[in-house]
Design a protein around this ligand. Sequence first.
Ligand code: GLU
Length: 544
Amino acid sequence: MDTKKLANLLYPNAKPIEYWLEKYPKRNLPQGAEVTRISPSPTGYLHIGHAYSALISKLTAMQTNGVFYFRLEDTDQKRLIDNAGDIAYNMLTHYNLKPDEGYRGDELPQIGEYGDYVQSKRLAIYQSFARYLVEKGRAFPCFCKKSEGMEDIEERRNKQLEESGFIEEKDVCRNLTLEEITNKINDGEPFALKLKSEGNPEKTFEFTDLIKGKREIRENAKDVVLMKSNGIPPYAFAHAVDDSLMGTTIVVRGEEWFPSLSAHLEIFNALGFKAPKYAHTPVICKLDESGNKRKLSKRKDPEADVRFFIEAGYPKIAVIEYLLNLLNSDFEIWRANNPTKKYTEFPFSIQKIGSNNPMFDFAKLSDISKNYISHLTAEEVYSMLVEWANKFDIEFCKTLTENPDYSKQVLNIDRENAKPRKDIAKWSEVKNYFDYMFYGIKNYELDGIDKEKFKEVIKAYKDVYNENDDKETWFKRIKELAPSLNYAVDNKLYKACPEQFNGNIADFCTYIRLALTGKKNSPDIYEIAKILGAKEVKRRFENI
Ligand code: GLU
């Protein structure tokens, strides 16, 4: 067949590919620099899996003095959602994953020489490369409508491919003559463009994925669609053209793409481009109600949407460090040894990513977050907390900002010392945690508490309490008073014969704590009393 004629017939107006190859020359980057990208489809919120891929991509580009760019993959017109591109960009920016280049939301101009970075604006480019493949004899038009019969064929082929990795029958439209095609085109029949696959599914080849390692892969045998009948390319062709022209060196994407890799590689090959390196990331899972492991689901799991963590008040660095901990298991040890370093100083490596699907674990996220927050100054906590409350709890925001000095003193309890208290995991917890400092005591945690003893201790203690005591004197006074009410100061003695005492010094202090906070557990009561001030402390003692 005269493929030049065919190309002219199908894409009469397409520019030669040389035009684009000249327009997008090879990037001039230092040796070893990696070009990575994040390329979400604007079909909803930004999934945690995208943040995960973006983190890998961003750190890799940073470490190698490369480029991390954003491409918006909006070719699936049916699934588009308004503002989803903006949301994705804003979320990446929020999580310190700001791209160096590319799409920046619908309002800001794009940055970079390799644009447009929105796929729906690149149709002329795809047409050129589609035409090129037709000319090379590597693509053909397919006129099969999605009629019932054809869908059956498509389904049968997919099933065969899944079951045996083999397709017995090649696409029927492969065999159309130029004349037949010309007639159909002249009749205005729409067509999809398909790859003329040359793969032999009985043959395998070795492929090294940066995360999954060495794998045997079956050659592609499927005549995959390159351009749909509406003139828009599906992901496989669009990403091959774009990643080649934009100079991507590593494609980091979810493992769900791995089964189509062989088709993607054949497309790169047919286009005459060297395929980039690939890193297929494991998928974040969780245990469902019946204890089975499953992928985080957009529908069922609010934590699949990265906005969830913002609303709950997890600091962004905590979320990033949690993801890093899922990616490189030695992150935790590194963090323990380097408590004040920035996470970007961690020697992250794609090769260290395990290939098992990690489990999303809120308890772990909380631990990491508590650790992170514990190392912040009161000033930092105040500003992050106010920023959060301003969006999600305006009443608490007012309380906090009414008297900033007081708020900062409260937030500084057990902080800015060698062993800061690790108690707050997210900003939404602070109001309840410190309610007694901001709103007074509404309830006392009295279960298991002997009310008579509680009263007796506070009655005696309020007479010895002195607001001017330093911490040592303050505690000395408690230790002096406790034995007179039969509380053991020596814990060993108490343990040896508890029946002789009303309790030990810890029980004694619990009563003071309860009177001041209403809670059995709280940060340091000496500091709490100092901040509340003598008048309020005395009032609280009177209430018992
Ligand atoms: N648009 C694809 C997605 O949203 C991108 C996959 C890739 O990163 O190549 O999943």
